[in-house]
Design a protein around this ligand. Structure first.
Ligand code: SGN
Ligand code: CA
Length: 521
């Protein structure tokens, strides 16, 4: 075999992989491992049937979990889009990669996973929602949505400029991914494909194909839908309530467009997503929504009845976008299977964060409470990785970069803060020294939805949060006794010892990760 630099790198990657999978030192050349990383926007575990059977079926996402692993304790470092993406690419917490909120620009000259993968001989591609403001770096191929992008007839930006495409974003992103896999890449090299969907982001626009889906379903109301936020000041001060006219907009979010009805976001809908539908799509759209609009305005719903009606409409629209996602993930899996690639490809499915589906009466994310702090995470594993079923260890999105590097047989730089998940993917005893706590820090305040800045620590059982800025509030939850996080135990008798322990752990994490913020800020 001719040994050019790339071949040499592949051989090293393949050899290292085999050695790490089997625990043997055999030097047999294997095909280097490919990585398909699929990340959706705002998709939450409650709406994925391998995590939660109450609401919808997601057979293709479940197919990933059933052929690999399901992480039951996967979390993000900062529950909002652009910061999550920066954590993914750098393997570092927000204060280290500099992308603390959706507003600042990502410094693309810093070390990234795609750069390190390229150096290891990988082809890299980024397709879909990017949201980092600065131009992508170190991708052999990229085509990205500008900003949040659009569901219908979206523009995509490439190194050659901006181009409009006819169709629905979830289908288009998948089409571009499949096209790159088939025609775009150098098939002699291993690859890492990042496929980043716009769905299921607000305002939850369904593909016209699925408009009728879930219309007969009545979704179960979360038990804490009518949370009064007692003992939790920051939770009371948010602006992400389904019941509130100001927060969940009847026109923009729920599509109840009628001449003469003007709401805070009605123009955003009329000039925005609704205006983007072509005439055939608009005909189907109107035919579907008009009877619902008529019945809604005739009903005169008020109070709790109105809030619950809004919840049902929200759940249905969101579920429709997930139906498209699930089907499109199936297309990717089918392609990999048909082309015999599933035996040397790891498929990772996750979201940029979790989301509220009515818990605490909310939509959106941002809080360190479970629904938005957690994120779905399932992986399809080739046979050489023996672990199957659930992985309960605490993992975080800063772990993706080092995981990809280890999967590629590439070294993990010491300044990366996450840890590789590869030891958990082997069917060996989980490492005894696995992390026992996670650190979180959210910064986007003042900002949309008015969630106050906060940081905190989560252990297997407890969570301690400090909200700061224009408030100074501490919250403590016993997740075992109170999984919905309704009862703030901070300052209550009997919790002094655990509070002290968690404060010390929080301080330790802030020192370990070198977060300049300190308790007395
Ligand atoms: C938009 C949404 C917000 C959402 C942010 C951030 N408003 O501004 O509801 O929290 O994006 O979302 S909208 O009326 O424009 O849809 S993120 O996932 O990109 O962080
Ligand atoms: Ca998001």
């Amino acid at each position: 075999m001719e040994l050019n630099q790339n071949n040499l790198l592949f051989t090293i990657a393949g050899t290292a992989l085999l050695a790490s999978c089997t625990g043997t030192e055999k030097t047999v050349n294997t095909k280097p491992l490919n990585i398909v990383y699929i990340m959706t926007d705002d998709h939450t575990r409650q709406m994925m049937s391998c995590y939660d059977k109450r609401h919808i079926e997601t057979p293709n996402l479940d197919r990933i979990a059933n052929n690999g692993v399901r992480f039951t304790n996967a979390f993000v470092a900062n529950s909002i889009s652009a910061p999550s993406r920066a954590c993914l690419l750098t393997g570092k917490h927000s204060h280290k990669n500099g992308k603390i909120d959706n507003i600042t620009s990502f410094d693309g000259s810093q070390q990234t996973v795609q750069q390190l993968l390229q150096q290891a001989g990988y082809q890299t591609a980024m397709i879909g929602k990017w949201h980092l403001d600065s131009q992508p770096t170190h991708f052999d191929y990229w085509t990205i949505l500008p900003g949040q992008g659009h569901y219908y007839q979206p523009d995509f930006i490439t190194p050659e400029g901006r181009k409009n495409h006819q169709g629905y974003a979830t289908n288009l992103i998948t089409d571009f991914g499949l096209d790159w896999l088939e025609n775009g890449r150098d098939k002699k090299k291993p690859f890492c494909l990042f496929l980043h969907h716009k769905a299921a982001h607000r305002n939850w626009m369904s593909d016209t194909t699925y408009l009728k889906a879930y219309e007969d379903k009545t979704f179960e109301l979360p038990t804490n839908f009518y949370d009064d936020y007692s003992g939790r000041k920051a939770a009371k001060m948010q602006e992400m309530s389904i019941a509130s006219d100001r927060d969940m907009d009847i026109v923009n979010d729920l599509k109840m467009l009628r001449p003469g009805v003007s709401t805070r976001l009605s123009e955003q809908y009329i000039q925005g997503e609704y205006a983007r539908l072509d005439s055939a799509q608009k005909t189907k759209w109107d035919a579907h929504y008009q009877p619902i609009i008529d019945a809604f305005y005739a009903s005169g719903l008020q109070g709790n009845e109105l809030a619950e009606w809004k919840y049902q409409r929200y759940m249905r629209d969101y579920a429709k976008t997930i139906k498209s996602l699930d089907e499109n993930v199936g297309r990717i899996l089918d392609y990999l299977e048909k082309n015999g690639m599933l035996e040397n490809t790891v498929v990772i499915y996750t979201s940029d964060q979790g989301f509220y589906m009515g818990e605490h009466g909310w939509f959106d994310k941002r809080f360190m409470y479970e629904e938005s702090f957690s994120t779905p995470l399932v992986m399809w594993l080739p046979k050489s990785y023996k672990k199957r079923g659930d992985i309960p260890q605490l993992v975080q999105n800063i772990d993706f970069a080092p995981t990809m590097l280890e999967l590629a047989g590439a070294p993990i730089p010491s300044d990366i803060q996450g840890v590789s998940l590869v030891p958990l993917l082997k069917n060996e005893k989980a490492p005894a020294n696995w992390r026992k706590s996670l650190y979180y820090h959210y910064y986007e305040y003042p900002g949309e939805h008015a969630v106050r800045r906060h940081y905190g620590v989560r252990t297997e059982r407890y969570k301690l949060i400090r909200f700061y800025g224009d408030i100074d509030e501490w919250e403590l939850f016993d997740l075992q006794a109170d999984p919905m996080e309704m009862n703030n135990l901070y300052g209550k008798t009997g919790y002094e010892k655990i509070t002290g322990e968690l404060c010390a752990e929080l301080k330790r994490l802030q020192e370990q990760y070198d977060d300049p913020i300190r308790k007395d800020n």
